[in-house]
Design a protein around this ligand. Structure first.
Ligand code: FES
Length: 312
């Protein structure tokens, strides 16, 4: 099966700007994108750089953008993504600087991973025998434990595109894995650090990390799990938690979102006035300012009853 690959090329030692190069390889129907790239490197162009090791979707080193989405090249069958005669595009991961061709600098990825303390910190005396935990609690962690730290979620994260300080989906999914482990003795301390700016409340829930993850870790869902854990443990004095509470209260009592009250609640008084003034003026000029006097819907009581039934 003849396959065309359109590959990103950049060598900082010789190139001023990145370029693209096209290759054609012959692969069996069950061939993967990684096999195509290795064929290029071994038989056509030995200067092509990429990372790979296990070729079995275990080591996580072959993550790259294939047809615009971050995936493991060794897990991506050409037959799955090639549509008759179309060229497959291959690019380095996003949100990380390119070192050469498809190889990116993952230092910031590992630095963020280290900041969440990716290991158990038990409290109290050493147990005399192994620390047994229930199956249920381990099942909750099992999804997060599947992470192979390939970086695909970070590569497609839309928050990191605009804010490099965000801890990111991979580090936060790892953070959940330890914060939710019953054997860990520092859950509260961990959660306190994750509710700080650049942590769990900075995720915009775009779902890109869920789609990119080749191991179904669903990092965004793990971040949401930690938001619930943080609120349940009383960490409610953060912008994110106040936003959730303000949103929920407004809809619960009026059936509609009171945008002014939400801003006041989220940012606190009088900060909200200063911080949101430029945004408010822009909306005013576009005549898109929400009503200053908030009116609920006529069936608000029914909405309240739904909230009460849900115990919210
Ligand atoms: S080469 Fe190891 S995950 Fe692809």
């Amino acid at each position: 099966m003849s396959t065309k690959l359109d590959v990103y090329r950049f060598d900082p030692e010789t190139d001023q700007d990145p370029s693209r190069k096209q290759y054609e390889v012959d692969l069996p129907e069950y061939g993967t994108v990684l096999e195509g790239l290795l064929e290029v490197r071994d038989a056509q162009d030995g200067t092509l750089s990429m990372r790979c090791s296990c070729r079995s979707a275990i080591c996580g080193s072959c993550s790259m953008k294939i047809n615009g989405q971050s995936r493991l090249a060794c897990k991506t069958l050409i037959s799955q993504i090639e549509h008759e005669g179309e060229t497959i595009t291959v690019d380095p991961m996003g949100n990380m600087p390119v070192i050469k061709d498809l190889v990116v600098d993952m230092d910031s990825f590992w630095d963020k991973m280290k900041t969440v303390g990716p290991y158990l910190k038990p409290e109290g005396p050493e147990p005399e025998r192994e620390n047994l935990v229930s199956n249920d609690s381990m099942m909750r962690l099992a999804v997060a434990m599947n992470c192979i730290m390939c970086g695909a979620c970070v590569s497609d994260c839309t928050v990191l595109e605009v804010d490099k300080s965000f801890l990111g989906p991979a580090a936060l999914a790892k953070a959940f894995r330890f914060a939710a482990d019953p054997r860990d003795g520092h859950t509260e301390e961990r959660l306190k650090s994750y509710v700080e700016p650049s942590g769990i409340w900075d995720c915009t829930r775009c779902n890109m990390c869920v789609q990119a993850c080749p191991k179904d870790v669903e990092p965004m869902e793990r971040i949401m799990d930690m938001r619930v854990m943080a609120i349940e443990s009383g960490l409610t004095d953060s912008r994110g938690a106040r936003h959730v509470e303000g949103f929920s209260n407004s809809v619960k009592h009026s059936g509609l979102l009171d945008e002014f009250a939400l801003a006041r609640k989220t940012f606190g008084f009088p900060k909200w006035g200063f911080e949101l003034a430029p945004f408010g003026i822009r909306r005013l000029l576009r005549r898109r300012l929400p009503p200053i006097i908030h009116k609920g819907i006529s069936t608000a009581k029914r909405v309240t009853r739904i909230f009460e039934r849900l115990g919210v």
